[in-house]
Ligand binder design. Structure first.
Ligand SMILES: Cc1ncc(COP(=O)(O)O)c(C=O)c1O
Length: 358
């Protein structure tokens, strides 16, 4: 089956092998006579699906034993409330704003704690760099520092974590499993599944165990990390089909050689695209080279009057959904784990031809 290349930021392209397996098992999951969508979350089939998905996620990410892995719902936007409800103790929380998502997280957290933006990269609504760490007005008594380590809309990625004594909580929605991460350097990391993990509906949270048990009284039980952990992420009915798809994605990723292998491919893919953009006269990358995202490549056409033609021509050539977010404008090619190098090369070939004819 020949399919177009989908550069959408999320929900995003899934590995075709995952879709094929899900299709094959749609009506009858492994002789159960039921679709995964129809079966009890307490039954033996689903219990195994969730246990395996959790175990595979743990081993792919290298989660140490003193961390809980939680499967929740509400997406990363709900975590903007759930994290401070669980981890702020109503005290001080620092935010470094490097794009729309960290800005949104900081605004939401003001409802629950003394949330302060200690550094912001925003300039005229644009984000193109990470403020130098020595300019951050970090508060020594902050409960944690919140970062969005890959800003999906603006394409700004932390390639290393800052050296700080404060616990780091990171929204890793759009680069989880795209690169190796030293989980022990984070107090908590979280994200929505619909980029590198699977489909929307599932939120993953990895949190250090010693931080559990301090949720604010106002925290709903279903969002209290300790309650969710104590119930094996089944305090309420989990998003069963999304967990099943995540499990298939994890098995696919293991077959690809795991996170280190996919990271090498992601470096290659993003490098080829940025190198082409940097060498061209028509296209310009937006973000400083030291913090360019490997997952979300943002760029402009120097003549923005060509934008519509560029996007429409791409769609006709089987290259979909690379227009930038409406708040940021320009272009954004999201090239998550499931985007093969052939997709990136097809995009480059299209861009080269478009530039030649422009
Ligand atoms: C970095 C980041 N954080 C948060 C979100 C919001 O996620 P959700 O819509 O699943 O709540 C997104 C969605 O694209 C994202 O990319």
């Amino acid at each position: 089956m020949s399919r177009p290349f989908n550069f959408a930021p999320g929900p995003a392209r899934l590995p075709p092998e995952v879709l094929e397996q899900a299709a094959a098992e749609m009506l009858d999951y492994q002789g159960s006579g039921m679709s995964v969508m129809e079966m009890s979350h307490r039954g033996k089939h689903y219990t195994r699906i969730q246990d395996e998905a959790m175990a595979d996620f743990r081993s792919l990410l290298g989660v140490p034993s003193d961390y809980e892995v939680l499967f929740m719902q509400g997406g990363a936007i709900a975590e903007n409330s759930i994290v401070p409800l669980n981890l702020s103790r109503g005290g001080k929380v620092d935010f470094v704003v490097t794009g729309s998502w960290s800005k949104k997280s900081a605004a939401e957290a003001t409802k629950y704690c003394d949330a302060k933006v200690i550094a912001s990269a925003e300039q005229n609504g644009h984000f193109t760099h990470i403020p130098a760490v020595d300019t951050w007005g970090s508060r020594t008594d902050a409960q944690y520092l919140h970062l969005c380590t890959n800003e999906t809309i603006h394409g700004v990625e932390f390639h290393a974590l800052p050296n700080t004594k404060t616990d780091i909580v990171a929204d890793v929605s759009s680069h989880i499993l795209s690169r190796r991460m030293d989980v022990s350097k984070y107090a908590c990391l979280f994200g929505g599944a619909q980029k590198n993990v699977g489909i929307s509906g599932l939120t993953f949270v990895v949190v250090r165990k010693d931080l559990l048990g301090h949720a604010l009284l106002s925290c709903p039980g279903a969002f209290d990390y300790q309650t969710v952990a104590a119930n094996g992420s089944m305090f309420n009915t989990p998003p069963t089909y999304a967990v099943y798809i995540a499990g298939l994605v994890f098995k696919w990723l293991k077959e690809q050689g795991g996170v280190a292998a996919i990271e090498a491919r992601n470096i290659q893919k993003s490098q080829e695209l940025y190198d082409f953009i940097d060498a061209s006269h028509l296209y310009a990358a937006r973000v400083s080279p030291d913090c360019r995202s490997r997952m979300n490549v943002t760029f402009d056409l120097r003549d923005s009057a060509l934008n519509d033609r560029f996007v429409e021509g791409g769609a006709s050539a089987g290259l979909l959904a690379f227009r930038g977010h409406k708040s940021a404008g320009g272009m954004r090619a999201s090239i998550y784990n499931a985007m093969p190098i052939e997709g990136v090369r097809a995009l480059i070939a299209y861009m080269r031809e478009f530039e030649r004819l422009a």
